[in-house]
Write a protein that binds this ligand. Sequence first.
Ligand SMILES: [Zn+2]
Length: 147
Amino acid sequence: MECPYCHTVGSRVLDSRESTVGIRRRRICDNCQKRFTTYEKVSFVPVMVVKRNGKKEIFSTEKLENSLKMACVKRPIKNIEVSNIVEKIEVSINKNYHNEIQAGKIGQMCIKYLKKLDHVAYIRFASVYRDFKNIDSFTKEVELLKK
Ligand SMILES: [Zn+2]
């Protein structure tokens, strides 16, 4: 998203909400630090998420955001940090997957970003999505994080 002031492409999302005209995002430019608002029309073809049981559903950023927020409950994580992860994942899906994506792939992306953000949130999320086979593999993961 290009900054209207200095035309640099990099910006961060400060706030994101759905409106009737699309997704309204407050952004701050990485270069000049000025703030601007964008309205993004949801014009792309919806991507289907294939769940583990084979069922498909339309990819929803809202659902993704909710599941991430659940992992982040009572952690020192700002809503905007979660929204930024959602945006990165959304962009990656739209760029790399045209018809459908396995739910596990989305889970892996979430895990990757949460790991950088907060270890407790990461473990919470991973314990649901990675399906730790037993307590040993879970403990191993925690031990890895301690290092
Ligand atoms: Zn700028």
